[in-house]
Ligand binder design. Structure first.
Ligand code: GLN
Length: 485
């Protein structure tokens, strides 16, 4: 029996029934990291000893007769842009290669308090900027379905870890698609919750008005369980939404009969690979056969989403990344002259090409004389995009489209053409601009590679999104296919 490929809710049953111990499970996962890790590049830091210690602590609780809570003893991987006290947190950047945070992110506190077993920190595009993981400052990650292809990004390492049995669930962050797009390309489930649903305390900031943390998992039930654990108000994050969150698992197993599903026409046409479109159309057929009513929706300002994002996100990044100056954090140039020279050398050597490109773009967009023409204009476009969604949700309960316009592309294919790379997020980015929840679920295969379907909902309607995702999953089974490695 391969425990590495079981979902957390199933493993929980087996842990509680003492069919397997948390330590055995942890060892199995660490062995997968060891045997296929080199080939996949999914982890920057593996915390094996600590994980075994955490697993043994759970076994002790079980042995003492305690009924452990769900997710306790389950191996989890954390994207390396979330702070872990005493454990190196690099953000995939040379500028933070030796940074050891003095505190843990809120989500990390929560997974540890639950008794989850943290097996390591996963690879990402530097500072979460990218769609292929090739922008990692250390080494690229590979797609487990075809190692010559990218896993997507920026949470590529987290998606690979779950897809390849190197963790049962993982945490990612999503600013423009970074949870959903790699989940789609690797054949796993990934959700970006509503802006403000999950605390970002301790998440290294990229673009603060867009960043959100969310789960990557093997199935929709695990996604709901992880969301139950990490969602909630946190006074330490000023953008965290007040109030209680519902029990997301209560939405699973509910019928979707009569639910209104809109398919945005802008996300099914030009630019979407015909193979991907075919899979999503077939999936829509399943959803319709379950009694949902499907209609055409329109998000007319979608074509401006990528340009607006690359002004807003870069503007925020230029400000957020100003703190890496060689004084407070991480790397400092070895041969500094005066202080200005130290800043310049530290930042030009510490940051990679894409990060520098974005800092320059963002600084330009914010500069006097261009602010109104670029940054302010982009904010106005963002409002129009948000209104498109508001209007669509007057008619529809959820919207469905492909998560990514293509399946996993070949390594190197888009590295010389940033614009082509940016287009990878054509259907995910507007979800961040609007602040709404979106999930990617495995919907089938095209040319032997996984295709993800994105389901989007009204703000804080994660429950409805999970309801549709679960109904689809139960009536298909694409999530049960695993890459052979
Ligand atoms: N791929 C997008 C970018 O490069 C989104 C990244 C993200 O969501 N962190 O910015």
């Amino acid at each position: 029996m391969d425990f590495c490929y079981m979902p957390a809710h199933e493993l929980h049953r087996r842990l509680a029934a003492r069919e397997i111990s948390a330590e055995e499970l942890c060892r199995a996962v660490l062995e997968r990291i060891e045997t296929v890790g080199g080939k996949l590049g999914s982890f920057i830091t593996v915390t094996g000893d600590l994980a075994l210690e955490q697993a043994r602590a759970v076994d002790k609780r079980i042995a003492s007769g305690e009924e452990i809570p769900i997710l306790a003893g389950i191996p989890v991987a954390v994207k390396d842009n979330m702070c872990t006290e005493g454990i190196r947190t690099t953000c995939g950047s040379r500028i933070l290669h030796n940074f050891v945070p003095p505190y843990s992110a809120a989500v990390v506190e929560k997974i540890l308090a639950r008794g989850m077993v943290m097996v390591g920190k996963t690879n990402l595009d530097e500072f979460a900027m990218g769609s292929s993981n090739e922008n990692s400052g250390f080494f690229p990650a590979s797609n487990p379905w075809d190692v010559d292809r990218v896993p997507g990004g920026s949470s590529g390492g987290s998606a690979v870890a779950v897809a390849a049995g190197q963790a049962v669930v993982a945490l990612g962050s999503d600013t423009g698609g970074s949870i959903r797009q790699p989940a789609s390309l690797c054949g796993v489930v990934g959700m970006k919750p509503t802006y403000g649903a999950v605390s970002r305390y301790g998440l290294v900031a990229y673009a603060s008005s867009l960043d959100q943390i969310g789960p990557i998992s093997r199935d929709v039930t695990d996604c709901a369980l992880m969301l139950n654990l990490i969602a909630g108000h946190d006074p330490r994050d000023s953008t965290s939404a007040p109030g209680d969150r519902p029990d997301y698992t209560a939405f699973l197993n509910r019928e979707i009969k009569g639910l209104k599903v809109g398919v945005p026409k802008e996300y099914m046409g030009d630019g979407i690979d015909p193979g991907v479109r075919g899979v999503v159309n077939e999936a829509l057929g399943v959803i319709s056969s379950l009694g949902a009513e499907i209609g055409e929706a329109s998000l007319p300002h979608s074509k401006y989403a990528i340009p607006a994002y690359y002004l807003i996100a870069t503007a925020e990044a230029s400000s957020n990344l100003a703190r890496y100056d060689g004084v407070s954090y991480g790397y400092r140039a070895e041969d500094p002259g005066d202080v200005v020279d130290m800043y310049a050398k530290t930042r030009s050597r510490g940051f990679g090409t894409e990060v520098k490109r974005r800092i320059m773009l963002g600084t330009y967009a914010l500069s006097a004389g261009y602010y109104d023409a670029y940054y302010l204009k982009a904010l106005k476009v963002r409002t129009l995009i948000k209104r498109d969604f508001d209007r669509a949700f007057e008619k529809f309960d959820v919207l469905i489209c492909p998560t990514s316009p293509t399946t996993a592309f070949r390594k190197g294919e888009k590295m010389d053409d940033p614009l082509q790379m940016y287009l990878s997020d054509i259907t995910t980015i507007s979800v961040n601009l609007a602040g709404i929840p979106g999930i990617s679920v495995p919907a089938g295969f095209s040319g032997g590679l996984p295709v993800g379907m994105q389901i989007m909902g009204r703000p804080f309607a994660e429950g409805t999104v999970l309801q549709v995702a679960h109904a689809f999953e139960k009536n298909t089974g694409h999530h049960k296919k695993f890459p052979s490695l």
